[in-house]
Write a protein that binds this ligand. Structure first.
Ligand SMILES: [Zn+2]
Length: 446
């Protein structure tokens, strides 16, 4: 084997769903060899991982709100992708809101691509948006390479991204099914969302967006999938009450997939401090038994993948109303800590790092159709992380690379640190990282 740029020797690596010793040979950004830890390869550079580090494939986070252009003060591609790299995330797929314009037209997609390209430190793909005005024009965005289409069934929080009503949902499903695309759904039924004032009480806030909102919305999605055959995905499942319907739909063979997020698997409403609006998100964080039921559903495959739903805003908006949950902006910033948060919760429940890689890298990459991502295997991109699973740290929001120093994870102790992150064999975080923007823009099917 000639022209190897870098060999990484790892006494511990997650390969094919199990932990093993391995060496990885990288040439031109691609994994060209996978062998024993002492494989006789000579390369321009060599890195031997420490005994407390595990080599894993980079995390593929399919749910990130970058908010650029238009609300770049909320995040932006430079800070989002720096945070991703620091957290062991090598691919993000950007949500079509809350940027202005939202990614609902070809022009808006082109604008996003042009602002992301010079700044991306990790690879970036894009979701399109299905809103009333984009229905009938979705195939164009699909052919331009978006990974699928996001819609809301309840108000999104921003005027430029209206929700679909029941009739519009069905027509979006028919349209997307006609070209084999995917619909991803924020599933809350607005008829169940209450206007009562929760004040500073996080449990009362959860009560304003009850389980029934998710259960009924997911029921409508399942019905539409059955009628149209569209591939549909439930974003950020919060309510375990929807699990029986999801299990039944999957048993029926419907093309339905489901994600949940680190915050739903980490927190519960009773332990959120009064006025702690950094924990506000929609659907809301519910009780402890609900959280444990979500973990069980992840373990048994009812929930397919975990994504961050990194949805930051400025500190002014997140903390608006002095702790009043009705007035603060909803959305949790968690991109940089998502791997550590899931590893913390999974390891406490007896699960392995290979499981975490399955939910957040292999699973998300496969689900999104990113064949070059999500594993340590010959032919894949050399997107890799030297992860120290036993290192512990207390998260301080101001020390993260997110643009705004507000996160629900502030002050919480998490296990696991991404010491070095490589994107196609180039260090983008940790030892050897030059801080340059190596990220590429990804299109569906490439
Ligand atoms: Zn989101």
């Amino acid at each position: 084997m000639t022209n190897i740029d870098l060999v990484i020797r790892a006494p511990r690596a997650v390969v094919d769903g199990a932990e093993t010793a391995a060496s990885v040979a990288i040439s031109g950004g691609t994994i060209v060899g996978l062998g024993p830890v002492d494989a006789p390869w000579h390369a321009a550079a060599e890195r031997v991982l420490a005994d407390d580090e595990v080599l894993i494939p980079g995390i593929v986070d399919t749910h990130v709100h970058v908010n650029e252009p238009g609300r770049t003060e909320w995040e932006g591609f430079a800070s989002a992708t720096a945070a991703a790299a620091a957290g062991g995330v090598t691919t993000i797929i950007d949500m079509p809101l809350n940027s202005i314009p939202p990614t609902t037209t070809l022009d808006a997609l082109e604008l996003k691509r042009s602002v992301a390209a010079p700044k991306a430190r990790v690879d970036v793909g894009f979701w399109g948006g299905a809103i009333p005005s984009s229905l009938g024009h979705l195939r164009d965005l699909h052919e331009a390479g978006v990974f699928g289409f996001k819609c809301f069934l309840a108000p999104s929080g921003v005027d430029e991204f209206p929700e679909l009503d029941a009739v519009q949902l069905r027509s979006a499903m028919e349209e997307i099914a006609s070209f084999g695309g995917r619909l991803i759904v924020h599933a809350e039924d607005p008829r169940h969302l209450h206007e009562d004032a929760p004040g500073t009480d996080p449990v009362a806030f959860a009560g304003t967006r009850p389980d029934a909102a998710e259960v009924d919305a997911i029921g409508a999605v399942i019905e539409g999938v059955r009628a149209t055959g569209v591939r549909a995905h439930i974003l950020h499942l919060s309510s375990a009450a929807a699990l029986p319907a999801i299990r039944a739909a999957k048993a029926e063979g419907l093309p339905l997939t489901v994600e949940t997020c680190p915050h739903y698997l980490t927190f519960d409403a009773a332990h959120i401090p009064a006025g702690g609006t950094q924990y506000k998100c929609c659907p809301p964080i519910r009780d402890e038994a609900n959280r444990e039921a979500l973990w069980e559903a992840l373990f048994d495959g009812t929930i397919d993948i975990v994504a961050s739903d990194h949805s930051p805003a400025t500190a002014d908006l997140k903390l608006a109303g002095d702790g009043d949950f009705a007035l603060a902006w909803g959305g949790i910033a968690g991109l940089e800590v998502s791997l550590s948060a899931i590893w913390t919760g999974a390891s406490a429940r007896g699960r392995t790092l290979a499981d975490v890689v399955g939910w957040m890298s292999t699973g998300t990459a496969t689900w999104a159709g990113l064949e070059a991502k999500g594993g340590i295997a010959v032919g894949k991109d050399a997107d890799l992380v030297a992860f120290a699973p036993d290192a512990e740290r207390v998260i301080h929001a101001g020390e993260l690379h997110h643009k705004n120093p507000v996160t629900a994870f502030d002050g919480h102790a998490l296990r696991g640190v991404a010491r070095t992150t490589w994107l196609r064999g180039t260090a983008v975080h940790g030892e050897g990282a030059a801080g340059n923007s190596e990220g590429r823009l990804l299109l569906l099917g490439t």
